[in-house]
Design a protein around this ligand. Sequence first.
Ligand code: GLU
Length: 305
Amino acid sequence: MPTGRYAPSPTGTFHLGNLRTAVAAALFARLDDGRCLLRWEDLDVTATAEHEADQRRDFAELGLAFDGLDLHQRDRGDAYRDALEDLRQAGLTYPCWCSRKDIRDAPTAPHGPPGSYPGTCRDLSRAEIAQRESSGRPPAIRLRADSADVTIHDRLHGAHRQQVDDFVLRRFDGTPAYNLVVVVDDAYQGVDQVVRGDDLLPSTPRHAHLHHVLGTPEPEWVHVSLVLDSGRERLAKRDGSAGLAEWREHGGTVGSLLAAIGRSLGIETDAVADLRELSASFDPHAVSTRPVVYNPRGPVLAFAD
Ligand code: GLU
């Protein structure tokens, strides 16, 4: 019985891609009578209670109910500090004063993915550290990952291999970074199945590596495709369009949206659907990794060609 989760960031109104991922998380988790938990990833400065309430309304409209109590990351500061301290004591962290520009301008590590940290601050001498500390600029904290070569196995994408860079665990402003908190919280909530958008697939070897060094079990990974707009750009939460309200403005209903999401997840269903119906005919082998395109005229969701 899997324990899955959906982990929204309450930073805007859900778009159809968010809703599709939430439905996918519920369908995968409930396949074997598992649970699907809810976690609010609300450490971002743009996260608000209003956005959270707005997102809860969408869940209610879709009939999406989660199990147990939901978790808010803003309540979890002690847990993140403890995890950082464990890593520090194991000699697995170091302070880093690099700006984005420093990182952009530095030659990248030979086998790292694009944008990976080149290791500039990894082996500073005491004198170099003292000099940077005296600048008064607070450092970020990075994981000493030793360029670990990690292969993860995704249920839809198969094996995905990547070298893990020294990624940020705590940002220079003191905020724990997503790549730390997602691992600490999945372990804390007993999550053993992570369903999320495939934009996060390149970050997953980092998460698997961190589970490994923290001694927590690596969950099963399931990365579902994103929903794109007609210009083939990913939908964004920021402007509030491309959500349930717009679907309705174009004559859609909750039932037709669930049916459209269901079809985009390989379920053969016509216009009227509810979650129970989708759950009953969900076949994980029929889920495609192809991106989905949203066309408000219709309104329809269709696979990208
Ligand atoms: N909070 C992220 C989002 O809203 C998801 C992170 C995750 O599922 O690990 O896209």
